[in-house]
Design a binder for this molecule. Structure first.
Ligand code: BES
Ligand code: ZN
Length: 628
């Protein structure tokens, strides 16, 4: 008896369900959605999608009679149970008042009379609000062409604003979709395109056969064209950007090959990218089979393509093995940043990767200090507690960079070949699963218990996961990557090197960034003017160099650069670029006034989520409950 009990306990321990997701109303232990089938029409004049979502639902708990789903600003018209025979039964439902963070719980009631079949189809007729926070509807003037555009951004909890579903990364679904769009536009999704005879113009069908979390369901509709790099990679973008994108990302097949060599087989068939309009709020978004990429990466010289390497790496960390709640966000982003760093080293060499290490460590140390100063030191643990807060708040350098250094620390102790084998094993064993930090911790400790494993204590591991800031075991940085550059910068500042003689010819953007970042706030206007005219620093050109230049202009109150600052801020809606500049502006009263003036003009081009954040930075809006 005792033995049986032990076995039972043991099997319970290994299959234990993770804690409920604090950012979803779903109860997947009662009913589990396995497949989502969409039939939606895009109405550009109304800024709305309208149609049906049919959910294939499995009953997990035979006593359950309410299916709860996540929604946000949806107008639900009807809910029906579709029987195997095709007969439909109308079901009662209730839409609760919205919670500001979570949206509205949708409860669907099953009549007590009828035992539910183990799998059933629930069809919901609905339309989205014109304020759906996943969607951005763009006028032709906000695109690179002369036609309108719309796209979705699901991460973190925005998919519920265009599909009623279990919007938790712990729940994985396959999906299919039929999208009806204006006949002169093209639709793409994070799924395979499938054709069906008899479909008229403007009808597009898609199929995602691998189970994915809801935040990865995505679409875009616009004047889109395609260029193939190989038989399994290519780029989509608006007609006028196709040539530029074809040049910039020509290395895509090589990146994919490097990814497979490091992390194991690519399991999504195709890898394409979609170069987005300027307002796209992120550098990139890892929608499976089709990463969405900001056009700010189109530098003309392939110098910023590491963003694509990052999104590609998510094909393993994030898309194949997914965090099960936003508290485990580092499992997605820290792993991906680690893979990105390894792939950079493989593709661009050690010097490039070392520069990335030095620059990003500086940013991480700053981010940790800022969290501490704001009284949020706990947010510098890898494992987060975001209950009651907007999960977007979990997205800081801590998840990306501290997460990456944790894996860098493990790599150092294991040795590279052994750690690579460990990582491969992790991806293979958890493919198409959603897991939490504790699952990783358990897997790691188990591996460390095997004979011949490196000596790493659970205290050392827990200092990374459950402790603040950077632990004592943080790997040291390479020391001399920037020393020649720093010397040249000093000589220039002190007049020993003329502006035109700076050795900038071979500088990559990270070297420009280092050079500009190191300049002090009292750099004389004459020096700034020389720099500006000698190197044509402004709003055009490389987005990262321009960012560092404009930050310097703000720091030194260099007014001749302000028109460029305005141009830059009205030409990109990418969160990191925009928030960095507005945050710098908000440090002084004059800067804040200028920031508000520029924001009034730039606002129409920003995604709704970015507007909220910028308004907080510019103190036009109250901070969130946590004070961030
Ligand atoms: N998954 C993220 C984007 C994201 C994070 C969207 C949190 C919503 C909430 C994506 O993979 C990412 O990390 N993008 C980075 C670029 C990358 C090169 C670090 C970005 O947008 O800056
Ligand atoms: Zn990422």
């Amino acid at each position: 008896m005792r033995k049986i009990l032990c076995l039972l306990l043991l099997s319970f321990a290994t299959t234990a369900v993770a804690a409920p997701d604090p950012h979803s109303y779903a109860e997947p232990d009662k009913f589990l959605v396995r497949h989502v089938s969409l039939d939606l029409t895009a109405f550009f004049e109304l800024h709305r999608l309208k149609g049906t979502a049919e959910l294939t639902v499995e009953q997990k708990d035979p006593t359950a009679n309410i299916l709860t789903l996540d929604t946000r600003d949806l107008e639900i018209e009807s809910v029906r149970l579709v029987e195997a025979s095709g007969r439909e039964k109308v079901l009662a439902f209730r839409l609760d008042d919205p919670d500001p963070i979570l949206g509205s719980r949708l409860s669907i009631f099953f009549p007590e009379c009828c035992a539910a079949p183990p799998q059933m189809r629930i069809r919901i007729s609905y339309r989205t609000s014109n304020e759906a926070n996943a969607l951005q509807w763009l006028d032709p003037a906000q695109t690179f062409g002369s036609k309108p555009y719309v796209f979705s951004q699901g991460e973190t909890i925005r998919t519920r604003s265009w599909i009623p579903l279990q919007d938790s990364p712990a729940v994985r679904v396959t999906y299919s979709a039929r999208l009806q769009v204006p006949p002169d536009l093209v639709a793409v999704m994070s799924a395979a395109r499938v054709a069906q005879a008899g479909d008229g113009p403007g009808v597009f069908r898609f199929e995602m056969r691998q189970p994915i979390p809801s935040y990865l369901i995505a679409f875009a509709i616009g004047d889109l064209k395609f260029h193939a790099f190989s038989d399994r990679t290519g780029t989509w973008t608006e007609s006028s950007r196709l040539e530029a994108a074809s040049y910039e990302f020509e290395d895509l097949p090589r990146m994919l090959a490097a990814g497979e060599k490091l992390a194991g087989p690519y399991r999504w068939d195709r890898y394409d990218i979609l170069i987005m309009p300027r307002s796209f709020p992120y550098g990139g978004m890892e929608n499976p089979r089709l990463s969405f990429i900001s056009p700010s990466v189109l530098a003309g010289d392939r110098s910023l393509v590491a963003t694509v390497v990052h999104e590609l790496a998510h094909s393993w960390s994030g898309n194949l093995v997914t965090m099960s709640s936003w508290n485990d966000f580092w499992l997605n982003e820290g792993f991906t940043s680690y893979l990105e760093r390894r792939l950079s080293e493989e593709i661009y060499g050690k010097r490039f990767a070392d520069m990335e290490d030095v620059i990003s460590r500086g940013e991480l140390v700053q981010a940790i200090e800022d969290l501490k100063a704001a009284g949020h030191e706990k947010d510098s643990d890898l494992k987060l507690d975001l209950a009651g807060r907007d999960p977007d708040e979990g997205s800081s350098d801590v998840a990306y960079e501290k997460g990456r250094w944790f894996l860098g620390f493990l790599e150092g102790r294991y040795g590279r070949p052994a750690f690579d084998a460990f990582l491969r094993g992790w991806f293979d064993a958890h493919a198409f699963q959603s897991v939490d930090t504790e699952t990783f911790r358990g897997w790691l400790l188990k591996d460390l218990a095997r004979p011949g494993a490196p000596k790493i204590s659970s205290d050392e591991i827990d200092a990374w996961i459950y402790g603040p800031g950077l632990p004592a075991t943080t790997p040291v940085l390479p020391t001399d990557v920037f020393s020649a550059l720093d010397r040249a910068a000093k000589d220039w500042r002190e007049g020993r090197i003329a502006t035109a003689s700076l050795p900038t010819k071979d500088w990559v953007p990270m070297e420009w960034v280092r050079f500009l970042d190191e300049q002090p706030a009292d750099l004389p206007d004459a020096k700034l003017a020389e720099l500006r005219s000698a190197y044509n620093l402004g709003a055009a050109g490389n987005a990262e160099i321009a960012l560092a230049w404009l930050q310097l202009a703000i720091r030194t109150s260099y007014e001749p650069a302000y028109p460029d600052l305005e141009r830059y801020l009205t030409q990109t809606g990418r969160w990191r670029l925009v928030s960095t500049l507005f945050t710098d502006l908000a440090r002084t009263p004059e800067g804040l006034a200028l920031g508000r003036e520029i924001y009034a003009k730039a606002k129409p081009g920003y995604h709704p989520s970015i507007r909220d954040e910028v308004e907080r930075v510019l103190k036009l809006k109250a901070p969130t409950a946590s004070g961030q």
